[in-house]
Write a protein that binds this ligand. Structure first.
Ligand code: HEC
Ligand code: HEC
Ligand code: HEC
Ligand code: HEC
Ligand code: HEC
Length: 214
């Protein structure tokens, strides 16, 4: 069906709503609870154009997340790797695999592979990867055990209350920066280490509305 309005029009009511709520914040403190959706997209796992397995490439071959997601520490956005990154190996490995046909095709014709985005925040909520990973918030805190996923799925709700739960108690979650891409990180004395990291990095995870909505 033809779209009558451009997509951005859909966003206006929520943007306005948030603006109004922020203005009235003192009065309606806590009102956002009523708006938080009951349902989430946990478990969403769209079928991808190439059956790429993180389990194989991370757990079995042993690649670090940053081999492919090179921009997470430097940029607001995490990147999906270019076809060239795959061809570093698949120029020589499994060259007659049918599953890799779209990769070779993309390499030959220069058109990027059309990966389907798994995690989607609404664009009225601001999020920045580099800010989080540079103070030691691990990939797995937000994306789960990607190293065990043959198909990536959304492991956490990404809802507002989920963001705020960590912002209220970051010491429960932060780890040394060198461990950010480690999967299955766990220490006995999390609280002790967490508190030390919070003070060492001057961590200040915001709770006020304008930090994520403006
Ligand atoms: C060999 C390259 C490679 C490595 C290594 C790799 N990834 Fe990926 N990643 C991809 C590709 C390609 C996609 C897009 C296809 C898909 O979703 O499976 C992707 C998708 C993702 C997504 C979903 C993005 C979305 O669409 O929302 C997350 C999250 C992710 N990777 C996290 C990780 C983490 C965490 C690690 C390290 C434990 C890692 N990746 C290691 C190539 C890689
Ligand atoms: C560091 C080397 C390396 C990189 C980089 C790499 N792969 Fe692989 N990949 C492998 C190896 C090794 C296998 C296992 C091959 C086998 O089983 O014969 C494999 C297997 C696969 C398979 C399964 C092939 C089959 O027929 O079973 C797919 C699909 C695949 N890779 C996609 C990708 C994609 C997409 C990328 C880029 C995002 C990528 N790989 C990057 C090394 C790599
Ligand atoms: C504090 C939570 C958090 C941490 C930590 C985090 N991510 Fe994400 N990630 C997200 C959110 C939220 C999105 C969706 C962003 C959006 O839709 O704008 C996302 C999206 C992605 C995407 C998809 C990007 C795209 O545009 O398709 C990839 C890939 C990804 N993350 C990889 C990683 C890797 C690798 C790490 C660790 C080095 C990591 N993330 C750490 C929350 C996080
Ligand atoms: C597991 C913990 C954790 C989760 C989950 C998390 N954050 Fe954060 N966030 C932090 C920490 C720690 C900081 C403080 C960074 C600093 O002080 O440098 C932070 C800082 C921020 C900031 C301020 C810095 C900036 O980018 O302007 C924003 C905005 C933010 N987070 C948005 C979000 C959103 C939106 C979500 C949910 C989609 C989210 N965060 C989920 C831990 C988390
Ligand atoms: C740490 C980041 C963060 C802070 C701080 C924050 N929000 Fe949100 N908010 C979000 C995210 C992320 C969503 C999108 C949730 C989703 O898609 O389920 C959201 C969604 C909303 C919505 C839309 C309804 C909904 O739940 O989907 C409203 C209204 C809202 N926020 C109001 C507020 C108000 C008022 C404040 C201050 C009291 C506030 N937010 C503070 C991250 C934040």
């Amino acid at each position: 069906m033809a779209q009558v309005f451009p997509k951005w029009v859909d966003d206006i009511p929520k943007r306005l709503l948030i603006g109004v709520i922020i203005l009235l914040n003192g009065v309606v403190f806590g009102v956002w609870y009523f708006f938080s959706p009951e349902f989430t997209h946990v478990g969403y796992a769209p079928e991808q154009p190439v059956p790429f397995s993180h389990k194989l490439h991370v757990s079995e071959i042993g690649l670090d997340c940053q081999y492919c997601h090179t921009s997470v520490f430097d940029s607001r956005y995490a990147n999906i790797p270019a076809t060239e990154t795959c061809m570093n190996c698949h120029g020589q490995i499994a060259t007659d695999s049918e599953a890799l046909e779209p990769v070779r095709e993309s390499w030959d014709n220069g058109m990027p592979i059309e990966w389907i985005k798994v995690h989607n925040l609404p664009d009225y909520a601001y999020f920045n990867h580099s800010v989080h990973v540079n103070v030691g918030v691990g990939c797995e805190s937000c994306h789960g055990r990607v190293d065990r996923m043959d198909v990536v799925f959304q492991a956490e709700p990404l809802s507002m209350s989920w963001c705020l739960d960590c912002h209220r108690e970051p010491e429960q979650h932060v780890r040394p920066v060198e461990e950010v891409t480690t999967m299955g990180y766990r220490v006995e004395n999390q609280l002790e280490i967490g508190r030390e990291l919070v003070s060492r990095h001057n961590i200040n995870a915001p709770l006020y509305c304008q930090s994520c909505h403006y």
